[in-house]
Ligand binder design. Structure first.
Ligand code: BAL
Ligand code: ZN
Length: 874
């Protein structure tokens, strides 16, 4: 397969001004007539270039240029394109193309496809070429008019981008609707939907007083699960007005939920298409976390209207321009709606467990990649989550006020354009006068920097010298980056010191150091005694810290740090250090014991009161196995699992009384409400239940079973089921069966039923997973179902997936090979659990490599899977 390089970017030779699309829709046969008005691009100096339209899996019927039908000798057709050598150079010309497609046969879910009898599209990144021949690239922006014709009974609802401008009836029970989108857009933002859908409608009045109609379309049986999505949409619209001054621009905003979807959602102009997972919620079917994610994704897609749609990417290498910025925007939105502290912790947790692994592995790439084989493989944690961290660092370096001036300038300068990451940084620089020349390296440098911290205190001078050095392991000739490092110094009595560093502004005694050298000294003056250092506060840069801090200092920070992130981080470091010591003890074959300092620290937290119980729950949560693995030179899955379980069980045993009390205190008045206080109570209560379940006593089994049987919310029901499935609870089979019976008609709940079993640490899990694969509700053609079984097993169950005999790897490769021909995008996502093979012992390395080789040698391997598997082995 061919590699595409950023350095080879060139302007399009032709531009498309208008697109008039006409669809006659049937599930197995869709007829598309596309009328394009095309001009030579004045910015491209080359003349007389052939017009190359991209098209895949299409059946061409006819082409006419300026009304004259072309003969087969006047164009060339292959599997990927349609080339017309001779087109007018000095005038606008029209091209009318007719082709057909088979949506029903489209299991890749890219282009036009069928989901539960509904027809819908997914065009980002390059799906439009599976609908009709086009200049399928984001820097070709056109005005679209779309007419949909279909059977009235099968497809009573016909939707596309923009505003509905006309509709009518035809003979044979058919009808038609015409949609016009007044904003020019790249074809990846095109969408159509046709189906038997119901909708809820609401209205939003914008800051300038315009009335916007909001509609959420779902299948009839889901109509009672849309209210939260609608509220989230209104919250998003208001937030973007208040925070970024951005107002919605069309009179109508539509969201459609579909059950078969590769992504979470898609920001098509005026017609978002969503995975049902990020729309549907009722307290008894969706957890508090689902509710939060729905609001976050609704916000994300809405925010794209400005950061993505009004201003889009010049080419796909610039993906982080819209994704990094939009993720940053949705993170801040959720932080404002929920708990800022918890949102930051959740985001950093996700980044460190998953993106750091990606950045340290064979598929590491900068947030602006320089080459790809299949762009779908670059919708990565790096482009999205690290991209968001890079935007966050810009805000830290500029300050919030200048950052917003920069955003305003960016919107003002580039509205209606397809631009690059450089345009974004330039606007930030111009608005703030802050030199970001060195900072730009974050866009082209892969890998997670390690920042080493050394401190020397001079009592006589009352000064502290902090020596920071940076490096990026595994990256040759790594750039020296510009890294904001937020710091505060604590006195032994728990107060913050009023220390200063030359040329550094302190806000509430917190200083933002700007590390720009490989090694750099920062001298703090006015330091009355040896300080306790709180560094990288708020996780001010996506780096790994290397510093030795005694357990007593970590315990101190866990009590006293006023930075909510670093307070939590101190607890994580404390626990992780103890787990690593236990891992060593396990390796020496000695018996394990838990240090007092950990029990005391947890006891202190358990006895605390706090208005933010979700945050207290974070403080009491142990670092995830994947995060611990990330810190080991050679991952020892069993030792990590056993040491972590030992800590969990020991804490539960030593603190049973406190944990039980906290459980009861927060369970007694469970009302099923959805405000943040009620959510916090459930979060901490269910964490307590998880600890208590480790004890495997009759009491703990009974507690979980009672909660399961009487749950008022899915949060409580699934948490109880999780505790039951992960313990030796005698009611396990009965509960699983009951849950299935209760929820068999709710696809998203059944996804949970699959994933909870696939991620169980109990000894029979692999056998269970194999039998679930044969369950009548399992469907390899449904991405959510695949993720809930195959994804959960391979990505969230390290101890079973990495079984020493390699059965987990073989299982995964079997599924990847089966998926390869059905849905290459989902297949390639599943390969990710094999890509980290270098991190394991020799035996596992060999077994994983074997499976990667087996995958590569599969007949008709897709570009998607080939790229990931081959780069992993390279
Ligand atoms: N643009 C693809 C889906 C998303 O990031 O919103
Ligand atoms: Zn996005």
């Amino acid at each position: 397969p061919q590699t595409i390089y950023l350095k080879n970017y060139h302007e399009p030779e032709y531009l498309i001004e208008t697109v008039d699309l006409n669809f006659i829709l049937e599930a197995e046969y869709a007829r598309v007539v596309s009328r394009l008005t095309i001009t030579h691009n004045p910015d491209n100096k080359a003349r007389n270039a052939a017009l190359v339209l991209l098209g895949e899996e299409l059946t061409l019927i006819s082409i006419a240029l300026n009304g004259v039908t072309l003969t087969t000798s006047q164009y060339k057709l292959n599997d990927e394109s349609l080339t017309i050598a001779d087109v007018p150079q000095n005038t606008t010309f029209t091209l009318a193309i007719e082709n057909t497609i088979n949506p029903k046969a489209n299991s890749a879910l890219e282009g036009l496809f069928v989901s539960n009898d509904m027809l819908c599209t997914q065009c980002e990144a390059q799906g439009f070429r599976k609908i009709t021949y086009f200049l399928d690239r984001p820097d070709v922006m056109a005005r679209f008019t779309t007419t949909l014709i279909a059977d009235k009974t099968l497809y009573p609802v016909l939707l596309s981008n923009g505003n509905k401008v006309a509709q009518g009836e035809l003979i044979d029970n058919r009808h038609w609707v015409t949609w016009e989108d007044p904003f020019k857009k790249p074809c990846y933002l095109f969408a159509l939907v046709a189906g038997q859908l119901e909708c809820i409608e609401d209205h939003f009045t914008t800051m300038s007083g315009r009335d916007i109609t909001l509609k959420i379309f779902v299948e009839a049986h889901d109509i009672d699960k849309c209210a939260h999505a609608m509220q989230s949409l209104k919250n998003s619209m208001r937030w973007d007005e208040v925070t970024y001054g951005r107002e919605y621009d069309l009179d109508l905003y539509m969201i459609v939920a579909v059950g078969h979807f590769n992504m979470g959602a898609m920001e098509n102009k005026g017609l978002n298409v969503f995975n049902t997972k990020f729309v549907l919620a009722r307290p008894d079917t969706a957890t508090d976390m689902d509710y939060e994610h729905i609001e976050g994704v609704i916000g994300h897609e809405y925010f794209h209207n400005w950061t993505g749609n009004r201003i889009t990417c010049r080419d796909w290498f610039q993906l982080s321009l819209k994704e990094g910025f939009t993720v940053f925007r949705d993170q801040e939105f959720t932080a404002d709606q929920t708990s800022k502290a918890v949102k930051r912790i959740d985001d950093v947790n996700a980044l460190r467990t998953r993106q750091f692994a990606e950045d340290a592995g064979p598929l590491a790439h900068p947030i602006r990649p320089e080459a790809y084989i299949e762009i779908n493989n670059f919708y990565t944690l790096t482009v999205y989550e690290k991209g968001a961290e890079v935007v966050r660092m810009i805000r830290t370096l500029l300050g919030t006020e200048n950052f917003h001036k920069g955003a305003d300038l960016y919107f003002q300068r580039h509205d209606g354009q397809a631009v690059t990451c450089e345009h974004f940084v330039q606007a930030m620089e111009d608005a703030s006068n802050k030199d970001l020349s060195q900072f730009r390296r974050w866009y082209s440098q892969a890998g997670t920097p390690v920042v080493k911290v050394e401190q020397t205190y001079d009592a006589a001078k009352q000064s502290l010298t902090l020596t920071l050095s940076q490096s990026i392991p595994g990256q040759k000739n790594a750039a020296v980056l510009h890294i904001p490092v937020k710091v505060a110094l604590f006195s032994e009595d728990g107060t913050i010191m009023d220390a200063s560093v030359v040329d550094t502004v302190a806000i509430n005694n917190e200083l933002t150091l700007e590390l720009r050298e490989q090694t750099q000294d920062f001298i703090f003056e006015n330091v009355p005694g040896t300080p306790i250092l709180s560094i990288l506060r708020g996780f001010s840069a996506p780096v790994k810290l290397q510093m030795s801090q005694p357990l007593t200092e970590l315990a101190f920070l866990l009590r006293h740090d006023n930075d909510s992130f670093n307070r939590w981080e101190a607890g994580q470091k404390l626990t992780a250090s103890i787990i690593f010591e236990l891992i060593d003890t396990i390796k020496q074959g000695k018996s394990l014991s838990i240090p007092e300092i950990l029990i005391d620290s947890f006891k202190a937290i358990l006895e605390q009161t706090s208005p933010d119980l979700s945050y207290l729950a974070c403080l009491l949560s142990l670092p995830a196995e994947n995060y611990l693995a990330e810190q080991m030179p050679v991952v020892d899955v069993e030792a990590i699992h056993h040491a972590r379980q030992f800590v969990k069980r020991s804490l539960a045993a030593h603190l049973t009384e406190q944990i039980s009390a906290l459980y009861l205190q927060n369970h007694q008045q469970e009302t099923g409400e959805l405000n943040s206080a009620a959510i916090g109570k459930r979060r901490i209560k269910n964490l307590c239940l998880d600890y208590l379940s480790q004890l495997n006593t009759d009491d703990s089994h009974q507690l979980a079973h009672n909660q399961f049987a009487n749950a008022k919310t899915m949060t409580d029901q699934i948490a109880a089921l999780g505790s039951i499935v992960n313990s030796e609870n005698p009611e396990k089979q009965a509960c699983l069966q009951q849950f299935y019976q209760q929820w068999q008609d709710e696809a998203l709940v059944i996804d949970k039923w699959f994933s909870i079993q696939a991620s169980s640490t109990q000894p029979d899990t692999f056998t269970v997973v194999q039998s679930l694969l044969r369950h009548s509700a399992f469907d390899l053609k449904n991405p959510n179902r695949v993720r809930s079984l195959v994804g959960a097993f391979s990505q969230a169950n390290p101890v079973h997936y990495h079984a020493k005999n390699g059965q987990g790897y073989q299982f995964l490769a079997d599924q990847v090979i089966a998926l390869n021909s059905l849905n290459p995008q989902v297949a390639s996502r599943m390969v990710s659990a094999l890509t980290q093979w270098r991190r394991f012992d020799k035996q596992r390395q060999d077994l994983m490599k074997q499976q990667l080789e087996r995958i590569i040698n599969t007949d008709n391997i897709s570009k998607d899977v080939f790229e990931i598997a081959s780069k992993s082995l390279a």
